[in-house]
Write a new protein. Structure first.
Length: 319
């Protein structure tokens, strides 16, 4: 047993991750936007089914508790990643990245996120095992994150200072060279060039964004499970679906204007669950029902609000 699971489980899971990344790299980067979006939806649904199958496998070979913990953690991580997608969308729009380059940046980002999550989960589990008061610190971090997400409007369209710095320093009109990547930027009359070194800055910006995101999401997952294998695999399944989910939702993210309130409530619920753990034990089934309920309510509310906005805009245009 290594970190809560047999060594064969760890090898088997990482072999699956390598296969999934290879498929993503070589087969899912279609240049036709409509085909690429359909493939992104198909891959997102496939990964969700695969994660559900993994939960069922845990149910058969491990325990009912671990299967529920995995699926609850996966749902939390996946739902919170939607808020992260808004940040990526604003970043890529501001820098004028083509679909192909967005695909490549996010693939590098997924690789870095896998390493980052492994380190964060190992550190978090170790700290919680040795220092009981760390649980209160994590709970407070989650409460602060919940308030921040609920006060944050995800679709402002304003790039961060980091993106503005990259934008001002990375895009220049220079003679084309063999080692540079030609990058057409929407809305500009000329063609711009993005050198590999500056392309690296964009990848680092994505990793920095994921680092901030992980500081919120990892404590949320550790509030559901302390098993390193369950926490890690649920995180990685969610991270693997991040790129395809981005391309699947990139044209309709503005329709989910109210979702960040739901994400804030989920984080708030998990924070209270962690802070009150000494006195009140919340069953993992209850946690799963609450998470699914909040997500369902705010997704439906967002779609209703979007339809109302579109109807009002159409009526204003006709008048």
């Amino acid at each position: 047993m290594i970190a809560g699971a047999p060594l064969s489980y760890w090898f088997g899971f990482h072999a699956l991750v390598v296969v999934l990344l290879a498929i993503d790299l070589f087969f899912l980067g279609h240049k036709n936007e409509k085909i690429a979006r359909r493939m992104a939806w198909g891959w997102t649904i496939f990964l969700f089914c695969l994660a559900s199958g993994f939960a069922f496998w845990l149910l058969r070979v491990d325990s009912h508790q671990h299967a529920l913990e995995f699926f609850s953690s996966y749902l939390i991580e996946s739902s919170l990643s939607v808020d992260n997608l808004f940040v990526f969308l604003i970043m890529f729009r501001s820098l004028g990245l083509s679909r192909d380059q967005q695909h490549r940046v996010l693939l590098w980002g997924v690789g870095g996120a896998i390493i980052m999550r492994a380190l964060f989960i190992a550190a978090g589990v170790s700290l919680l095992a040795h220092f009981a008061w760390i649980e209160d610190i994590f709970g407070l971090i989650l409460l602060i994150a919940a308030v921040r997400i609920m006060r944050h409007e995800p679709a402002t369209g304003k790039p961060s200072k980091l993106v503005q710095w990259i934008q001002s320093g990375s895009l220049k009109r220079v003679p084309a060279k063999s080692e540079e990547l030609e990058l057409p930027v929407a809305g500009l009359p000329h063609r711009l060039l993005l050198s590999p070194s500056r392309f690296l800055l964009i990848i680092l910006a994505v990793e920095a964004t994921d680092l901030v995101f992980a500081l919120d999401s990892i404590p949320a997952v550790l509030a559901i499970t302390r098993d390193p294998f369950i926490a890690y695999t649920s995180n990685i399944f969610a991270v693997l679906g991040l790129r395809s989910l981005f391309f699947a939702l990139s044209g309709m993210m503005d329709r989910f204007r109210l979702l960040h309130y739901g994400l804030g409530l989920i984080l708030g619920f998990v924070a209270l669950k962690m802070l009150m753990a000494r006195w009140i034990h919340v069953n993992v089934v209850v946690s799963l029902v609450v998470i699914l309920g909040i997500l369902g309510i705010f997704i439906i509310a967002s779609l209703i609000d979007d339809k109302r906005r579109r109807t009002s805009a159409a009526q204003a245009g006709n008048s």
